[in-house]
Design a protein around this ligand. Structure first.
Ligand code: PEP
Length: 257
């Protein structure tokens, strides 16, 4: 029986300004009850410009919702116009930072080396990475989803010591399922999430592998989350589109009901 607390994290992507963010978090906070947080850790991942508003609300009202950013710079400070450092996110008391989302890999050409540098930057500043990995449709059609995804895990975790790796969150997100309405079957999700845990055991030992939370992401909704969460190696979800609807996100958090 797993002792891992599931993590339901809402990736807002480039949606909701800082005023809309306040209204949305208020709706979530109002709907969620103390017992929800006993069973599940709940996080929102707003755009950078919303983080200060979310922090003020969470701190002021002592909310149990956690929050984090969708990316960070591999550098700590300096002449990197447009970038946001891990130190800045830590100052805003972010708990999490998404690293290597497929949209960054695709539109910003982020490769495994940069993803690895960002994972190290996150740990330098006490942030928990939500490391995104997963295959595109061509790789899936060729049946290479496991080897492709494990290659991304190896690249991202290069030179990351066990005491850091044990705290990472890994989100398995098949690219063909993100924002497409095409959800992986629970068995598809388990195949790769189980393989990721196996690779973590090879790299760091079974004890560390058993601690790491592995999420599934890709068109998660209230109607499909329970079957996905029933898989032994799935410990939560990274939710994009459905996290923008407060009622729907709360239903996902309450997948056991
Ligand atoms: C995501 O953005 O990580 C994601 C999984 O999006 P969606 O839930 O919309 O597929």
């Amino acid at each position: 029986m797993s002792t891992r607390t599931p993590l339901m994290a809402g990736n807002w992507k480039m949606n909701l300004n800082h005023l809309e963010a306040i209204a949305h978090v208020q709706k979530l906070a109002f709907a969620l009850a103390d017992k929800d947080y006993e069973a599940v850790e709940v996080a929102v991942l707003p755009p950078f410009t919303d983080l200060r508003s979310v922090q003020t609300l969470v701190d002021g009202d002592k909310l149990k919702i956690k929050y984090g950013a969708q990316d960070l710079s591999a550098h700590d400070s300096g002449a990197y116009t447009g970038e946001i450092s891990g130190a800045m996110l830590a100052k805003l008391k972010c708990a999490f930072v998404v690293i290597g989302h497929s949209e960054r890999r695709q539109y910003h050409r982020e490769d495994d080396e940069l993803v690895n540098a960002k994972v190290k930057a996150a740990y330098r500043h006490g942030l928990t990475p939500i490391l995104c990995v997963g295959e595109g449709l061509d790789v899936r059609k060729a049946g290479n989803q496991v080897s492709h995804t494990l290659g991304q895990v190896d690249g991202a975790l290069k030179d990351i010591p066990a005491e850091q790796a044990r705290t990472i969150v890994i989100a398995y997100e098949p690219v063909w399922a993100i924002g497409t309405g095409e959800v992986a079957t629970p068995e598809d999700a388990q195949e790769v999430c189980g393989a990721i845990r196996g690779r973590l055991a090879e790299l760091y030992g079974q004890e560390v592998a058993d601690e790491v939370r592995i999420q599934y992401g890709g068109s998660v909704k209230s109607g499909n989350i329970a079957a996905i969460m029933a898989q032994p190696d799935v410990d939560g979800a990274l939710v994009g589109g459905a996290s923008l609807d407060a009622e729907e996100f709360v239903k996902i958090v309450r997948y056991r009901d």
